[in-house]
Design a binder for this molecule. Structure first.
Ligand code: 2P0
Length: 323
């Protein structure tokens, strides 16, 4: 059994930042995200007795040991659950608009969880798919669902998984400002580890997450895009503040990121319900009304090349493709 499975990426509105257990990827805090239509990964897995080792082909290119490691965490768990020992060939295609540089482990590992379990003949619940995706990459646990999803932190492998919150079938969208920056990144794995271990601001981060989450869920239930954005922007700024206190200190912001944040503040002054969020990289993502995406894109094109402005709307959960 071998089918293509598609998962869309998600952007956290309440960020996941820090691990309680690195091996199982149990986070330090709950998080909440919106799955998007614009970026997704298609993956197919074949367990084959004739293979001598696992293989990962990403966008047509055979990958080395480093990329294979995360994938094998998921494959090994699936083999264990299904009682099989064959190696696997994993084919994966990332659908990301050109020049975006937004390769995502969220959609990648969620699609892998779906494709590998399907190929092994397992029929897992969404909760168990979320747990399986989680051990590959934390944010992937949320990409099992369309719309808004909450990753409940839990305390062990069984209790840490995402649940759906709202289908987001209302007037909300995101506009990506893709910042061109050649700066070498601190990976999110390393960034989280360093802030948890060394930043005196990390405790401050943890203290306000639950309050932000409660308020966020209320704003979502009221379909209040302004408040959703306001809480998300604050959550992102608090997460990024922890990195400045780490030893050694680091930041994911570039000068262009700050220019983008400033542009968002100017749009807000003009009356638009728009806020921003940022992840472990310099790109800036706007939270706004889907019905205003085109207008905001036009206004921002005065400051940024239109090829760097990408519209996104709420996207669907994990699904098997029939073709
Ligand atoms: C998030 N990020 O909630 C946060 C906000 C980045 C900043 O999840 O180590 O690739 O594989 O669990 O999921 C990016 O980290 O990290 C991330 P691992 P992941 O979206």
């Amino acid at each position: 059994m071998s089918s293509w499975v598609r998962a869309h990426t998600n952007i956290a509105l309440i960020k996941y930042w820090g691990k309680e257990n690195e091996e199982l990827i149990i986070p330090m805090n709950h998080s909440l995200s919106l799955t998007l239509d614009a970026f997704y990964t298609d993956t197919k897995v074949l367990f084959d007795d004739s293979l001598n080792q696992d293989e990962l082909v990403l966008d047509g290119v055979l990958q080395g040991h480093e990329s294979l490691k995360k994938v094998q965490v998921v494959l090994n768990r699936v083999r264990e659950m299904a009682g099989i020992s064959s190696h696997a060939r994993v084919e994966s295609i990332n659908h990301v608009p050109t020049a975006a540089g937004l390769a995502s482990s969220a959609s990648g590992l969620a699609a892998l969880a779906g494709a590998a379990s399907h190929a092994a003949g397992l029929s897992l619940s969404e909760k168990d798919l979320s747990r399986l995706a989680r051990i590959g990459s934390g944010s992937a646990s949320r990409s099992i669902y369309g719309g808004f999803a909450e990753w409940i932190k839990g305390y062990d492998d069984k209790t840490s998984f995402a649940v759906p919150v709202d289908d987001a079938d209302w007037d909300i969208g995101m506009l990506f400002i893709v910042v061109n920056d050649a700066k070498k990144d601190v990976s999110s794995r390393e960034g989280m580890r360093r802030t948890v271990e060394t930043s005196p601001f990390y405790d401050g981060w943890l203290q306000t997450v639950d309050g932000d989450l409660t308020n966020m869920k209320e704003a979502i239930s009221k379909r209040d895009v302004y408040t959703v954005g306001e809480i998300a922007e604050r959550s992102a700024l608090k997460m990024h503040a922890t990195t400045l206190g780490a030893i050694p200190p680091f930041t994911y912001w570039s000068a262009e990121s700050m220019k983008a944040m400033d542009a968002v503040r100017q749009l807000r002054k003009k009356g638009y319900a728009v806020h921003f969020t940022m992840d472990a990289g310099p790109n800036v993502k706007l939270i706004c009304k889907a019905s205003e995406l085109a207008e905001l894109k036009r206004l921002l094109s005065e400051h940024f090349d239109t090829s760097r402005l990408i519209e996104a709307r709420p996207g669907p959960g994990l699904h098997v493709l029939t073709r």
